[in-house]
Design a binder for this molecule. Sequence first.
Ligand SMILES: Cc1cc2nc3c(=O)[nH]c(=O)nc-3n(C[C@H](O)[C@H](O)[C@H](O)COP(=O)(O)OP(=O)(O)OC[C@H]3O[C@@H](n4cnc5c(N)ncnc54)[C@H](O)[C@@H]3O)c2cc1C
Length: 605
Amino acid sequence: AALGKAPKFATVVSPRDVADTEYDFIIAGGGISGLTVADRLTEDPSINVLVIETGGFDQNEDFVLVPGSFFPVPYMWLPLLSVPQPALNNKVFNIPAGKVVGGGSVVNGMVYVRPSKEELKAWELLGATGWDWNDLLPYYKKSETFTPPDPAFAAAANFSFDPSVHGTSGPVKASFPNFYFEGSRNWFQAAISSGLKAAGDPMAGDATGVIFIPSVVNGETRTRSHARISHYTPVQSRPNYHILDSHTVSKVLFNAQKKAIGVEYLPTAGGQTLTAHAKKEVLLAAGAIHTPQILQLSGVGPKKLLEKFSIPVVADLPGVGANFHDQPSIIIPYNVTNNIHPNVGTLNEDPAYDAAQRALYDTSKTGPYVLTRGLSSNLALPPLCKTTSKCHSILASAALTNPFKYLPEATHPTVKAGYALQRSMILGQLAGDKVPVSMIHWDTANSVRMYFFKPLSRGTVQIGSTDPRQTPLIDPRTNSDPVDEELILASFLKNREIMNQPTMAVLNPLEAAPFSNSVTDEAQLKRILAEVAEPSSAHQCCTAAMMPKLLGGVVDSKMRVYDVSGLRVIDTSFWPMVLTAAPTATTYASGEKIADAIKAAYGLL
Ligand SMILES: Cc1cc2nc3c(=O)[nH]c(=O)nc-3n(C[C@H](O)[C@H](O)[C@H](O)COP(=O)(O)OP(=O)(O)OC[C@H]3O[C@@H](n4cnc5c(N)ncnc54)[C@H](O)[C@@H]3O)c2cc1C
């Protein structure tokens, strides 16, 4: 059943329209950040904005809108392959990312959380002036309309809600689910009895503890609220907001004064290269993999790399494509021999149950279909010292390690300097109790999913060719720093501890191959973890970091690219360091903040 009608779009333009229009701003990439900024800038009718997006439009399919439906594969970049990863048995991995108007928000898991205050404080200390929690909170609130939960339901599901940190009139619709599987309560109690605390509202600036997962799901309709729905469809009648879909930006064009004056682009399916002109600025919002690619193809990046491909150097910025990180992930398969039914697995195993639950969703907007397919409703976010009694020895030996030992060969001295600061901040965060080291999630059936939030390893994204349609060389360098293996092992053992607590032990959860509860030898466990680890949880970031140039930064705290003018990076590439949990909430908020900064710069506020 198709839930929504195929949408109609008013201001989708063709290359011919683009040629005939004078734009103030051109935005490369129509994902979360691109559409948020486009929406806010076009509130002023005198400002013309063009968004160029590689992907096409979704069609309101069930698999996009219904959280419990299947994964929206057609709107992904596939394949987007990494280079072989030496610490992960030299395997090559697909790096997940959205390729559609709305970007990652159309395909993502809809987990909607904010980081800990300490993490934004660290951004500020790295030079991102004006990005503290208190600076960002008004924008988190501006971006969302959060439907409050029913108090009786919240009490039964063990969570609380703090209205003071939520927005009531923003474009993005968010809510807590109104359903949980019974097994989640067993798991919640187990996580608590393992020493974790019940979190308050997970969006209030303390990202640790056991949470009930808020989601980017409209609390009235219980459908996905993605960026095309929140930042384009309601305002598409604005004649000054144009989207050119199915076209790919290949480079930024500069004049002799190094001012960005437009872009070169081509049909995604292949064809003639065209140009579009921007009177004021070009804003890069192509995501943390493709934004550094566009910069490098445009002559903005490490000089040596540009020279290798005979690209004229517009600005020698060694940080472009450096500092690449994500949050590695693993899945631990389980055989839960005495499980509670129904659970998330029942949807796949019992067609009658599945059909009844879909009908319940269609008529009453509740039941398991309000949850993202494959996820339950709780997460544990343990700080390192609640994860392992070895936390201080792990951190002490990490602090004694030469910080540059595991960086890529020939890392530029400025990038090294920035990394040394980052590393000491991460170790400081891990020693405290305000920032989690990982996320642990039992789906209520046969798998535990874990994300590792605080990697010390750093990778690179670099062009391997001057062809804009070729995937750049994506090298996450996962676990190149052996401390990361220790952090992963510690989190894995914490999961075992949770599963051994009385309320979970009664369900008899048994690790399945390649794991086994009988394997306790740490070296062997590390080998198994390297077999199953993935470099990504789709939280790629930090490849054009908002830090001083002397620390390998690429943009200033208003996201303006150094040494050129008229060019900003507005997507998760600008993050100096990855944040706890999931990027969506912060990406919408940063879009709001940068839109205000741009409006202020042109006297439009
Ligand atoms: C499978 C998956 C699951 C996820 N789960 C969650 C989750 O549960 N919670 C959460 O908070 N986050 C999640 N994320 C991450 C989140 O969606 C991203 O961090 C977020 O979308 C990043 O926003 P952005 O604006 O930086 O980039 P994106 O939203 O990725 O937008 C970038 C856009 O630019 C386009 N583009 C790329 N290159 C070009 C080019 N050369 N020219 C024109 N356009 C281009 C892309 O097609 C894309 O649409 C998930 C992501 C994925 C892929």
